[in-house]
Write a protein that binds this ligand. Sequence first.
Ligand SMILES: *Cc1c(COP(=O)(O)O)cnc(C)c1O
Length: 388
Amino acid sequence: MSTFKQEPHKLLVIPGPIEVTDEVLYANAHPSMSHVSADFIPVFGDCIRMLRELLFTQDAQPFIIAGSGTLGWDQVAANLVEPGENALVLNSGYFGDSFSDCLRTYGAKVDEIVAPFGDAVALSDLEAALKQKKYKVVTFTHVDTSTGVLSDAKGIAAAVKKVSPDTLVVADCVCSVASEEIRFDEWGLDIVLTASQKGLGTPPGLSVLVASQKAVKVFETRATPVTSYYGSWKKWLPIMKAYESGSAAYFATPPVNLIYAFNASLRQITKQSPSVEERFRLHRETSARIKKAAEELGLKQLPVKPSVAANGMTACYFPEGLTAADLIPSLVKKDVVVAAGLHKDYKLKYFRIGHMGISAIDSSRGDVDKVIAALKESLAEAKAGKNA
Ligand SMILES: *Cc1c(COP(=O)(O)O)cnc(C)c1O
């Protein structure tokens, strides 16, 4: 381990990017390497293997591609859904709108079930829709980062398997991988897509997607050509297989340094303490602490009930009479960076705190204490200012 320490900085507690460890940042500063060198090949290969471990899957196929989380939607739309085929989007916020938009861009016929604000789509509504029409894919947002709403991934997958077993279950887990429990094989998921900068604790720049063998087969047997060049699994599947088997292949240059950083983070997540399961528990505990503190400060949460509230972030309404301008800059002055609202209809009414990765699992850093203390002070100052 190096003695590298990152510069003092404001605490970043937005729902991604998140705080990253010194080890991960140092790995990003690796000397330049050839992407086909013998030294780099196992670094990439281990990322693929550790991803399987993290998602509890034996044989699903990871894709690690330069891009952001958004590229995962493009991969699904371009490789799995053929133009004119039906897709059902379970929409629990901003990111559901975007996934629909992406699917339509590639020619899918999209139906949406839109959840009430602050809630997840009811499984009974999903089952009813599946009985009406045959869908190639059902997509849902595991944690909708715009609302902090957690969807029941296991229940959704079970409902699809029961009513429409051929339909692929696609989970946008950009804001849930490594902070929420995900059991890929056991739950019967077909796609988990995410990005490097949220729970995975790496700088932004990687699209990370894991596809079931069933999904890979659906891709391989499609009737029409893939509708993307850069995002085509025809191009990327041989590359992923090559790196995993210990040889290199080239389609487009991988972000070599970022792969070193990703490897360092996956190593911390899957090979070091806490274990992956402990990590989930620590995220639940940190989340409960922040949510309780928010409640004590009189802040109402967006999710309508605890069972649909994410464990890696918290979304709260501003108290009556206060706005983003009263609170967010004041928190920044205390070196705490939170996020404003994002949902199109309500974005001025609430704010969001991210508590993923080291901020959630390493209490010795004191990140959670700092957030709660700053929130308390800023709220008191803002209220005093209004009363003056
Ligand atoms: C952040 C996020 C995305 C988009 O990821 P980018 O890396 O910004 O492209 C998609 N879905 C969810 C749920 C997210 O939280």
